[in-house]
Design a binder for this molecule. Structure first.
Ligand SMILES: Nc1nc2c(c(=O)[nH]1)N[C@H]1C(S)=C(S)[C@@H](COP(=O)(O)O)O[C@H]1N2
Ligand SMILES: [Mo]
Length: 322
């Protein structure tokens, strides 16, 4: 079975053992450069600007973002327990079928209320910013959780590059819609393509990650190759995979899950232990892959990122805007 993007030749993939050892070594070292091994290896997969970019990755990863003290979920679990309905509704479907998606060539079209509309190919996206290693807690609304070492850069870098107009208040994301390569699209009746959205200040927040890799490798298809969004203080469905469009708009965009079940999946969907959903209590979460005595843990407000993001929602009633 194919779990990684076929475009990388085996020699370009850092063997997991070596990467893990290097990683252990680096966790002990200073925070500066923590992202180096990971970012370097992902860059290798994206072609000629490798050298330039590798040099640029020598930068400090802010200590609150490098996931110190968090036990990372295994690569196996991160790539075999997925939600990606384009490939089916079962957690194991994406690992079985996502290899069908052709992720090269790939473009992301950025349009709407911006000065510089532009269609980026992956090379152009990789030129916008050096990559960083960011270990984030991940929380699905279905009450399971993981800790995932992503590779990417702040979405704000892309937003700055296209210069939104002052009238742009929201950002809409659209995932790829290719029935011939995504068997779930024919079998799962939700209105395709998958759509998500963020308020402008949420999209601009430095924690919001334009994500191109995990565990130092290009994103496996089932995790949203070649590029997805990750918003660590929101439920997992707020992180659209395999995106092909980013649109800047004036009004709050329609999002797939709020369209299907508005009472369950609000537009904001901040991780919040105090707001239960119809089907799932949000007070606790099950940590995938953890030893049994550590599997159940309390859900943290804003998934533990309150210090960084609570100010975005000052004065908002988060039970109403859930
Ligand atoms: N395009 C697309 N993006 C998606 C989904 C999806 O079905 N299609 N599922 C979402 C949900 S519900 C979750 S929990 C996360 C899962 O991400 P992971 O499989 O990489 O852990 O992806 C989100 N992004
Ligand atoms: Mo989810």
């Amino acid at each position: 079975m194919k779990t990684r993007n076929s475009r990388i030749s085996p020699s370009e993939i850092t063997p997991r053992e070596i990467f893990m050892n290097r990683r252990k070594f680096m966790v002990g070292a200073a925070a500066a450069g923590v992202g180096l091994a990971a970012a370097g290896s992902v860059l290798g997969a994206f072609g000629p600007e490798k050298k330039v970019m590798a040099a640029n990755t020598l930068q400090t990863v802010p200590s609150q973002w490098n996931g110190k003290g968090l036990q990372e979920t295994s690569f196996y679990d991160i790539t075999h327990y997925n939600n990606f309905y384009e490939f089916g509704t079962s957690k194991s479907d994406p690992s079985k079928y996502a290899w069908k998606l052709k992720t090269e060539p790939w473009t992301v079209e950025v349009d709407g209320l911006v000065h510089k509309k532009k269609t980026f190919d992956m090379d152009a996206l990789m030129k916008l910013s050096p990559l960083e290693d960011r270990v984030y807690r991940f929380r699905c609304v279905e009450a399971w959780a993981m800790v995932i070492p992503w590779v990417g850069y702040s979405l704000s870098k892309l937003i700055d590059a296209v210069q939104p107009l002052s009238s742009a208040r929201y950002v809409e994301f659209v995932s790829v819609d290719r029935p011939s390569q995504e068997p779930g699209i024919m079998n799962v009746s939700i209105p395709w393509p998958y759509r998500e959205g963020l308020r402008m200040d949420e999209a601009m927040h430095p924690l919001t990650l334009l994500t191109v890799g995990l565990y130092g490798q290009v994103l496996p298809n089932q995790d949203g190759a070649p590029v997805r969004i990750v918003v660590p203080w929101k439920y997992g469905f707020k992180s659209p995979k395999s995106i092909v469009k980013i649109r800047f708009v004036k009004n709050q965009p329609q999002t797939t899950w709020s369209l299907i079940a508005p009472s369950e999946y609000g537009f904001y969907s901040n991780v919040n232990p105090n707001v239960d959903r119809v089907q799932w209590s949000q007070k606790t979460q099950r940590v995938i892959g953890a030893p049994i005595w550590k599997q159940l843990e309390p859900t943290l407000m804003f998934n533990g990122y309150g210090d960084q993001v609570a100010s975005l929602y000052k004065g908002m009633n988060l039970s109403r805007y859930y």
